[in-house]
Design a protein around this ligand. Structure first.
Ligand SMILES: *Cc1c(COP(=O)(O)O)cnc(C)c1O
Length: 368
């Protein structure tokens, strides 16, 4: 059976090889007589799965020894509260608004600390990236929060801000939910990176938090124990029962990433090269089409999430139903933006983007 290409923004498509491996191991993992869902999280089988996944992620993203990897729950939205509880020390935190997700983060942080907006692209309807040099960072900011890929508006930071060069010692916190493991991360610039798993890593239910060690251990007294980075770290992410099956599937995805090849490139470098090629194919076509439009500024167009518009909203239903018939699923844009959105995460092959472009050409020829 060939499956349709799935452009969902999240939960999103997983590599087919991974799903097949999980299916084949469902009833009996490696001769243990148990499925992964049925194992004690403290047993030797799951401990091996968990440690391997962590080691593979550390290798793929070149996470330095200065940063701990935590496997948590609650998604990126819970981290919107967990970050200020752990990092703000009750003071002030700076937020940069580049779209819906960073906006939501800033709003939630208000409950736990004083929030200062250091920059915003709201006047441009979230289609630009405010110049790093123009950010108004507080002298006493406990941290500076950004969303490094805005899943809904399609704005991506292709280079993370260097806060030290901007004259502040505050650590950078990134919500990288929708582009983690799509490209390398410059850890010298990052204090905390967090990501829900369901975009590029695995099933919903798992949240990855990668945090510099000196930022651990300063949680507000009100912080729930299960959300205190110190307690989570001290217990190897097993203070409470972790989402064992998503953790296992994430591990299979990490192994899949390590197996990827693109010419001379391997692993994350191969994945990144493929993502660059996929995004270029799509944007080049949209820009040349004279029919479809993407409104995001050229220097911050996301490689992962691409909102686009037809010449008239009256064509949207016909576009979506024709796409479905052509085996191209979940292209409807987010309700706050409208139009269409193609999410082309790691699991989307170049052939899927090509199939979408081919369909879009046919549709434009018929309706242009
Ligand atoms: C999907 C997403 C979220 C929300 O994640 P939840 O798992 O629903 O908490 C937050 N931030 C970004 C950037 C996202 O893409």
């Amino acid at each position: 059976m060939t499956r349709p290409f799935n452009f969902s923004a999240g939960p999103a498509a997983l590599p087919e090889e991974v799903l097949q491996q999980a299916a084949s191991e469902m009833l009996d993992w490696h001769g243990s007589g148990m499925g992964v869902m049925e194992m004690s999280h403290r047993g030797k089988e799951f401990t091996a799965i968990a440690h391997q996944a962590e080691a593979d992620l550390r290798a793929i993203l070149a996470v330095p020894a200065t940063h701990k990897i935590l496997f948590m729950q609650g998604g990126a939205i819970a981290e919107n509260a967990i970050v200020p509880m752990n990092l703000s020390r009750g003071g002030r935190a700076d937020y940069v608004i580049t779209g819906s997700w960073s906006q939501k983060s800033a709003k939630e942080a208000h409950k736990y600390c004083e929030v200062h907006l250091a920059a915003s692209n709201a006047a441009d309807h979230h289609t630009t990236l405010p110049d790093y040099g123009s950010w108004q960072i507080s002298d006493n900011a406990a941290y500076v929060h950004v969303c490094s890929n805005e899943t809904i508006h399609g704005v991506e930071m292709h280079e993370l801000p260097d806060l030290a060069a901007l004259g502040t010692q505050a650590p950078l916190v990134i919500d990288c939910s929708s582009h983690i493991v799509s490209r390398p991360i410059d850890w010298s610039r990052v204090g905390v990176a967090y990501a829900g798993a369901q975009k590029n890593i695995g099933p919903a239910g798992l949240t990855l938090v990668i945090v510099r060690e000196d930022l651990i251990g300063h949680a507000l007294a009100i912080t729930p124990s299960a959300f205190d980075y110190q307690i989570v770290a001290d217990n190897g992410s097993m203070y409470n029962t972790p989402p064992t099956y998503p953790w296992y599937l994430a591990g299979l995805v990490f192994q899949w990433i390590q197996r990827q090849r693109e010419g001379e490139l391997t692993g994350l470098a191969a994945i990144e090269a493929r993502n660059v090629a996929k995004a270029k194919l799509f944007y080049d076509y949209v820009d040349a089409s004279g029919f479809y439009v993407n409104k995001v500024a050229g220097n911050c167009r996301s490689r992962m999430n691409i909102p686009f518009f037809l010449p008239s909203d009256d064509l949207n239903d016909a576009f979506l139903s024709g796409a479905k018939d052509a085996g191209l699923l979940q292209l409807k844009g987010h309700k706050s933006v409208g139009g269409m959105r193609a999410s082309i995460y790691n699991a989307m092959p170049l052939a899927g983007v090509q199939a979408l472009v081919d369909y879009m050409k046919t549709f434009a020829a018929r309706h242009g």
